[in-house]
Design a protein around this ligand. Structure first.
Ligand code: ASP
Length: 326
């Protein structure tokens, strides 16, 4: 698809947009066809950003960015995505300065923002908060992380990064490492991989931070080849993707428990000497103890540039699709 720089690209030649008007709550909503569709639009968005920077497809549209938990990448990439599509953003990054601090409940906050905005992006510390918000919101709600539940747009950008690197995910060995119990990004990614063909997954975690049983049940149901191990070294040489995660300190009731596991896995340049030349190392970020900065210059490390920029392209595609502009 080429871009008419003179005429500002209209994103209207994608047939049958399956996302129009949808709330985006869980990766359970996605099918391989919907993902293909979205990734097609994502590539187009990348082309637009790389050639002309922005477009005005969402001119006049407003996004409310409602964040009850800290965020750097998700919040700013949604803002950048909306602005590169010509729309604007109501940023509520500090709910303590909004009526939430006075005790306002989520349904009321969401219904308020829906009076002003065309779409609401929500990050909240409770599982199922996005689902609750969607029940009350007359405009689409996008889940930007519901506590230790899910993070569907992160999973989309993660899968896009893998597909973009290898051309496909089929036949690849994905190794997820770290806090698989509380890490919402790995929950969504594992579920999203369960609808792909012929992937192999290894979950590497301490005993107390294993992938939740309901996700493992799903993988079994879908006949995904997976294993759970505690030790990282033996899986490195066969990994096509290592997806490293931070131990989610804020989810621990007992900080001593956190201290015990926070340093369990640390990836350094030496770790990568065991890995394939063509593999990629991913991380949703932020990193704390588990990933040495010395790894950043390794060409296999894709978390700084690729993964983060892909986050903006995927979110541009999703906003345009949900708002019916593709
Ligand atoms: N930024 C990711 C999230 O919001 C990962 C993390 O915080 O560790 O889930």
């Amino acid at each position: 698809m080429s871009i008419d720089v003179e005429r500002r690209p209209e994103l209207e030649n994608f047939p049958e947009n399956p996302f129009k008007g949808e709330h985006i709550i869980s990766v359970d909503q996605f099918t391989p066809e919907k993902i293909d569709y979205l990734f097609g639009v994502t590539r187009k968005m990348r082309e637009i950003v790389e050639t002309i920077g922005s477009t005005d497809s969402l001119k006049g549209k407003i996004l409310a960015n409602l964040f009850y938990e800290p965020s750097t990448r998700t919040s700013s990439s949604f803002t950048a995505a909306m602005e590169r599509l010509g729309g604007s953003v109501i940023p509520i990054n500090e709910v303590r300065y909004s009526s939430v601090a006075k005790g306002e409940n989520l349904p009321d906050t969401v219904r308020t923002l829906a009076c002003y905005a065309d779409i609401i992006v929500l990050r909240h510390p409770e599982v199922d908060s996005a689902k609750l918000a969607a029940e009350y919101s007359p405009v689409p709600v996008v889940n930007a992380g519901d506590g230790p539940g899910e993070h569907p747009t992160q999973a989309l950008l993660d899968l896009f990064t893998i597909v973009d690197k290898f051309g496909r995910v089929e036949g690849k060995h994905i190794v997820m490492v770290g806090d698989l119990k509380y890490g919402r990004t790995v929950h969504s990614l594992a579920k999203l991989l369960s609808i792909q063909d012929r992937v192999k997954i290894t979950f590497v975690s301490p005993k107390d931070l294993k992938m939740p049983p309901e996700i493992l049940f799903r993988l079994r149901e879908k006949r995904i080849d997976f294993q759970e191990v505690e030790e990282l070294e033996s899986t490195i040489s066969s990994a096509d993707v290592i997806y490293l995660t931070r131990v989610q300190k804020e989810r621990f009731e007992n900080q001593e428990e956190y201290e015990k596991v926070k340093n369990k896995y640390v990836v350094t340049p030496e770790t990568l000497t065991l890995a394939k030349k063509e593999m990629i190392l991913m991380h949703p970020l932020p990193r704390i103890y588990e990933l040495s900065m010395a790894v950043d210059k390794d060409p296999r490390a894709v978390y700084i540039r690729e993964q983060m920029r892909n986050g903006m392209y995927v979110r541009m595609a999703l906003l345009a699709a949900v708002l019916g502009k593709v």
